[in-house]
Design a binder for this molecule. Structure first.
Ligand SMILES: O=c1ccn([C@@H]2O[C@H](COP(=O)(O)OP(=O)(O)O[C@H]3O[C@H](CO)[C@@H](O)[C@H](O)[C@H]3O)[C@@H](O)[C@H]2O)c(=O)[nH]1
Ligand SMILES: [Mn+2]
Length: 746
């Protein structure tokens, strides 16, 4: 017995693993590719010192050279991810018994009941309530930025349904505890498939689920019909907090159901006033941070977006394998799980799964100081977001940092503090708790600057994670073989590009702020980790070289000016090597992370499409914000399922019903490349200078082949094809490029 106990305490809760062959190949590739890049720069620079430099070509040469510099710069930053990637394994069975486990708060954010269907949000809530964890140690908080009665009502009915759902899940050891996913799954229930009692029970629960759905729909319709006479809008209302507590429900239960122990549930809609900036999701999370501090004050917090459910019940215990590891724990801020998605088609034509992020980048950062946050599916240590408070001790005025609430300040010290939810029978929030959710609470405090989730960008996740790393905290990436969380990704072009614009702009905000990862980072943490974050914040800048490479060499081809070495020139092989080496490296990464050849082309395509559209607009948006000409905005993605869109997506057809702002540049580039390619071939054939123009013929050819679905969209005849007005506008743009840019450049 004794030796057994000793064994459990000495065995590690987690181990990490390095893939030596992969690291070796990565580093070898880095070496060869960098040598080739040096030759390329040498070749470009030589041009300026040669007498044959004819002035008319100078501008295209400089533009192409600058583009190559930007491409190489981002490439160098990206190598940091490939330096030391690791993977980890956890052993939850070695955790201490339940009584010794810590309390967990779960935060779920929702913002708009029309774009984020309440039924889905409630499904996510239920899946989190049903996590495999002692219910009295689980406290759920929903932040409703929409301030909607529909969401509040949804929580009340979800609570009622949970009394049936959770006992069912635990009794039959159901793995997928999100009711919607469970009832729509084709898989049989492994353990109890043939059990009559189970079948009857399942049927009964399914009926209850249907009633729960109907209740919600009916309420919604009533809301729509009754209209809103109160003048309360999502952007203008007082703080609302409501608590569902197991005692309360017991008194209320009229139907013949035995009392079940459920996690506590708190609805929060923070105060909103049009005159006050609310800082979007970061603001919502900070309000939850404060309220949960006085209500349950759990040492760890799980954050979920309202489009990501718990697909397996084990994530808490897996995360605790790191948080309770005596070696890692003192400096560990959070455990990040990957974002995986349930709505991805086989070929994933929009790269909605962000393969490279969660299969390459996050692993890479994990081997350094740890991954940045990715917004959802992470377990944060409460203390980590309290800034330097704990480090600096008591000499600071806590009110100036944390605001006026004494209760909140008391909660920081934890001694002699009983959070409200632990006080039996006291379930209603008091005045002070409501104040924590008010607009003015953060005025003249450090919230959003040093404490909590940080403001100033709509990519609060990357910024907050980066700053935690800078402040000495580590983080961990936990990617078990069975996905613990499954989200809803954007699977249509329009949403994808809107989201991309937001990310582009938000990331560049960080890169151009005083927290620039290349300057702020290396002074506080390793250079490699800083390079990773820098890559993340600067990759939208790909838009500049990609625009250049979509136009300049092609125009020069048309007019017969060569920008690349002749085939007979030894430098030709340097160019070819660089081109092929980057493509091959990408292909190998795709293939070794479960992708296919086709997926590789799709990723190349999406990279081009996004760069010339949303990342370009993101850059414009970030620049305008810097100049004070625009305000930040966070438009949540639309999560409503559209049957027609889903059909096109499942058939691998791009849905070009997107705003003209996005579509026109893409289509114009393709038409432009085609015109230059055919014009160029004609010219080269008549002049006979294949030798010097080969590279420039290869480029438009590559652009056209990779983006052939756009050409298909021009001739396709279905709802998602490219409209005539877009074709006309794009042609117009092509003419402008030809007639305005050619005299300028050549
Ligand atoms: O004012 C707001 C706006 C958004 N949200 C919530 O933020 C979450 C993320 O929004 P979503 O529309 O799903 O955006 P995505 O682009 O899918 O989100 C990704 O990018 C965000 C940063 O831009 C991160 O915060 C997310 O975690 C990450 O999944 C959702 O739960 C929203 O309800 C709010 O609570 N308040
Ligand atoms: Mn989302």
């Amino acid at each position: 017995m004794n030796s057994n106990m000793e064994e459990t305490t000495t065995l590690p809760l987690n181990i990490s693993d390095v893939n030596k062959p992969m690291i070796f190949t990565n580093r070898l590739h880095m070496l060869l590719h960098s040598i080739a890049l040096c030759f390329l720069f040498y070749y470009r620079l030589c041009y300026f010192f040669q007498s044959r430099a004819t002035p008319p070509l100078l501008l295209p040469w400089i533009l192409v050279f600058l583009s190559e510099i930007i491409l190489s710069f981002i490439w160098i930053l990206g190598q940091a991810y490939r330096w030391n990637p690791i993977s980890r394994t956890v052993f939850p069975q070695r955790l201490p018994e339940d009584q010794k486990l810590p309390h967990i708060d779960v935060f779920i954010c929702t913002a708009d009941p029309t774009k984020e269907p309440t039924i889905d949000v409630m499904n996510i809530l239920l899946s989190a309530m049903a996590l495999d964890y002692p219910p009295d140690k689980l406290h759920l908080y929903v932040s409703d930025d929409g301030g909607s009665a529909v969401t509040l009502n949804g929580m009340r009915v979800a609570w009622k349904f949970a009394r049936w759902w959770i006992p069912f899940c635990t009794r039959y050891r159901i793995r997928c505890r999100c009711p919607k996913a469970y009832f729509s799954s084709q898989e049989s229930d492994d353990d109890f498939g043939g059990d009559m009692e189970f079948v009857a029970h399942r049927k009964m629960i399914k009926e209850k689920y249907e009633v729960f759905k109907e209740d919600m729909l009916r309420f919604r319709e009533d809301e729509v019909h009754s209209g809103d006479a109160t003048g309360i809008t999502s952007q203008n209302h007082a703080s609302i907090i409501e608590v569902c507590f197991w005692q309360v429900i017991q008194e209320d239960s009229r139907d013949e159901i035995e009392p079940v122990n459920l996690p506590s549930l708190v609805y929060v809609s923070r105060e909103k006033k049009p005159s006050h900036p609310h800082h979007f999701k970061a603001g919502a999370l900070n309000a939850l941070y404060r309220i949960s501090a006085v209500m349950s004050n759990s040492p760890y917090i799980l954050v979920l977006d309202c489009d990501m459910f718990c697909s397996e019940p084990d994530s808490v215990r897996q995360a605790l394998c790191f948080h309770l590891d005596p070696k890692l724990s003192p400096s560990l801020a959070y455990v990040q799980f990957p974002q995986k998605f349930h709505n991805i088609s086989k070929n994933d034509i929009y790269d909605s799964q962000h393969r490279s992020a969660y299969k390459v980048l996050w692993q890479g950062m994990d081997g350094l100081k740890g991954p940045v946050l990715s917004g959802t599916g992470f377990y944060m240590k409460r203390e980590a977001l309290y800034g330097n408070y704990t480090i600096k001790g008591t000499e600071l005025e806590p009110q100036q940092q944390f605001g006026a609430s004494n209760k909140l300040i008391k909660s920081l010290k934890q001694q002699n503090f009983t959070p409200d939810l632990m006080n039996d029978g006291k379930a209603l929030p008091d005045e002070e708790t409501l104040l924590l959710a008010s607009c003015n609470y953060e005025t003249n405090t450090k919230w959003g600057q040093e404490i909590g989730f940080l403001y100033g960008t709509v990519c609060e996740d990357v910024h907050t994670g980066f700053m935690l790393n800078c402040n000495g905290w580590n983080s961990v990436f936990c990617d078990p073989s069975k996905p613990q969380f499954l989200g809803n990704s954007t699977t249509n072009l329009n949403e994808l590009l809107i989201q991309g614009t937001r990310w582009g702009s938000g990331l560049l905000d960080i890169g151009s702020s005083r927290f620039c990862p290349l300057i702020y980072g290396p002074q506080r943490m390793s250079l490699l980790q800083s390079l990773c974050v820098a890559e993340l914040t600067y990759f939208p800048l790909y838009c500049l070289p990609l625009w250049c490479f979509a136009i300049v060499p092609q125009l020069c081809l048309l007019y017969g000016f060569s920008l690349c070495p002749k085939v007979s020139d030894p430098f030709f092989f340097i160019f070819l090597f660089i081109f092929l080496s980057s493509l091959t490296k990408h292909l190998v990464e795709v293939l070794t992370t479960g992708g296919t050849f086709r997926k590789w082309i799709i990723e190349q395509r999406i990279w081009m499409m996004k760069s010339v559209t949303c990342h370009f607009y993101g850059l414009l948006d970030a620049t305008l914000k810097k100049l004070g000409l625009r305000e930040g905005s966070f438009m949540p993605t639309n999560k409503v399922e559209d049957h027609e869109q889903t059909m096109l997506y499942q058939m691998d057809k791009y849905d070009f019903r997107t705003s003209k702002m996005f579509l026109v540049p893409m289509v114009a580039i393709i038409i432009f490349n085609m015109s230059c390619f055919f014009g160029g071939i004609y010219r080269v054939a008549s002049v006979g200078n294949w030798n010097s123009m080969f590279m420039q013929l290869l480029l438009p050819c590559y652009v056209i082949v990779v983006n052939y679905p756009i050409i298909e969209g021009l001739i396709r005849k279905d709802k998602g094809s490219i409209s005539t007005s877009v074709i006309i506008l794009s042609n117009f743009l092509v003419i402008i490029i030809h007639f305005i840019l050619s005299p300028l450049l050549i």
